[in-house]
Design a protein around this ligand. Structure first.
Ligand code: PGA
Length: 254
């Protein structure tokens, strides 16, 4: 089980064939911040990719009582939520976070922020940004990447929004996420997502990208070009990004 670490321009790449090893290495980053930060703020992602990371965070915290109590001081911000799904809906990201992460840890429910996809959406966006301003931007932001280069639900577009906003999901995203729903038709058409500023203001970014399906998005995101057609390409402006991936794409980067 080995991983290669490569620094290319400002981005650090941790490349390994074994995904569970990558999850373990990414968990080390989060747990270091948990140990060494007085009031850690974590930016959480959902989807299939980070599940193994959350499993590691939970297991290693439960094994270590001192680490476990550190979660009492954590503030969490999730990237996004589907519009129209109540927090109790099994496919909502509220449900995901409580099912896979929060129920195992002594977190404060009032400090675990997840955008609300029901009710007055404009108010929900505004109050989300107010909470980010109040508690601080994440010390570490966990990210996945869409096949189309999205981060959070910031989809490729002519313009990208800075702040938390309502967005229309692209067909590619709805198709990719159909696997979690009874059918593609059941995937909501809209979502609330943290904007690009929220993501780029994190002190550190941990991006997880696994499988052939993400290869092209990674190449386009880290090609040296910036474009709103590949939202993840803006990560190249961030001073502290680590990509954990099983794809060796260096031959394809110009
Ligand atoms: P996935 O989603 O982890 O389910 O592939 C990643 C994303 O869309 O950002």
């Amino acid at each position: 089980m080995s991983a290669v670490t490569i620094r290319r321009q400002r981005v650090e790449w941790v490349v390994a064939a074994d995904r569970s090893h990558l999850h373990e290495l990414a968990a080390n980053v989060i747990l270091d911040v948990l140990r060494n930060t007085e009031r850690p703020v974590f930016g959480f992602a959902t989807g299939g990719t980070p599940l193994g990371l959350y499993e590691q965070l939970v297991r290693r915290s439960l094994e270590n009582p001192r680490l476990l109590t550190r979660w009492q001081d954590v503030t969490g911000f999730n990237l996004d939520e589907y519009v129209g799904l109540s927090p109790e809906h099994p496919q909502s990201y509220h449900h995901y976070m409580w099912r896979y992460v929060y129920r195992y840890l002594p977190v404060r429910p009032d400090r675990m922020f997840i955008p609300k996809g029901i009710g007055n959406l404009e108010d929900n966006c505004r109050s989300y940004d107010e909470s980010l301003m109040k508690y601080g931007w994440p010390d570490v932001q966990i990210l996945g990447i869409g096949k189309n280069g999205h981060i959070g639900f910031n989809e490729p577009a002519r313009r990208l929004a800075m702040n938390t906003h309502v967005t229309r999901l692209s067909e590619s995203t709805r198709l990719a996420n159909a696997r979690f729903f009874p059918s593609a038709r059941d995937v909501p058409e809209q979502a609330i997502t943290m904007g690009m500023a929220g993501i780029l203001r994190a002190k550190q970014i941990v991006l997880l990208a696994f499988g052939e399906a993400k290869r092209d998005a990674l190449i386009r995101a880290f090609s040296g070009w910036l474009g709103t057609d590949v939202p993840a390409s803006l990560l190249q402006l961030h001073p502290h990004v680590t990509v954990f991936t099983d794809q060796d794409i260096f031959g394809d980067l110009s």
